[in-house]
Design a protein around this ligand. Sequence first.
Ligand code: SF4
Length: 358
Amino acid sequence: MIYVHVPFCKRFCTYCDFYSEITEEGCFKAWADEACAEIRRRARDIKDDPKTLYFGGGTPSVLPLSVLTRLLITLDEVGHGGPYREFTMEVNPEDIVEKGKGYVESLKALGVNRVSIGVQSFDDALLQWMNRRHDAARAREAFRIVREAGVDNVSIDLIFGISHLSDEVWADTVDQAVALGPEHISCYQLTVEGESALADQVAAGAYTEADDALCRRQYDILCQKLSAAGYHHYEISNFARPGFEAVHNGGYWDRRPYVGIGPGAHSFHGSTRSWNSKVLHGWTATTETLSPEDARVETLMLSLRTDKGIDAAFLHKNCRKEDIGRLVESGALVPVGNRYRIPEDRFFVSDEIVRELI
Ligand code: SF4
């Protein structure tokens, strides 16, 4: 599993604190030189189980095709080239509309078989507040272009839990997403991230976080509408048409080893985690060794995010009998075969449930 972090955006969104720099003329070459060098240096750490490649960001769709091709050739040269079981590219709707169908066809020709579109909302006022580059019409247009180019695995990202987002507007956004018919929908509750513009707004009293009741209502609207539309709610924030569950992200929740390339990217090697510094040039990795306790907590937190849940033997070995019994009795944990899962109607409070087990 390989993740490549593309640290460029054309503008910064209100809520975001992912590492990224504003794109400038000629900014890609030096980054690509260093990313290719990192791929060569770390080739032996890459495990192809599952064999996935994920370009995230930042905004991977700002990359010229020649730069993307260079990275793929480098992966090929070190023995980790395609075809990949899943090769995802995150794209911004505006880039897709500007670059057109030919661009998406070229992505496909390079091996991309899954496109994740950062739609976030179908409400223009909200998109403006988020400082997104696109409006709702351009998001729909981008989806149409991606489809016309023949991509048959498309994911859409949406955000809920914004204090001035009404339930009606949210329900309409979910309806519009369903009407497009993507194979996959990821929905995230807005959180105030440390280095985002939103954190400054909160500090200045210009934004107040949504209360739990609003977030809960909007999560329930989401679950109800996507379930009615036939989506499989396979992870707290993720829904898919059966068979289109994300393979790469599934690897994160299963704690499979992955290598992250580029500034700010994280890697996991089984008993260690590392993360690259957030600088455009000369990024370096910091590594920490995970203690058995770290591994226990991570396994609980990640497994219980999914509808597969956690292995029963692991749970009984690593958690107190009385905690498990109490949670099962209250319906917060449900035994399914030789596993335990959190039922969908408790996904929203899964953090609290996991805390009780920890
Ligand atoms: S949300 Fe995406 S496009 Fe917006 S600033 Fe963050 S990385 Fe860039």
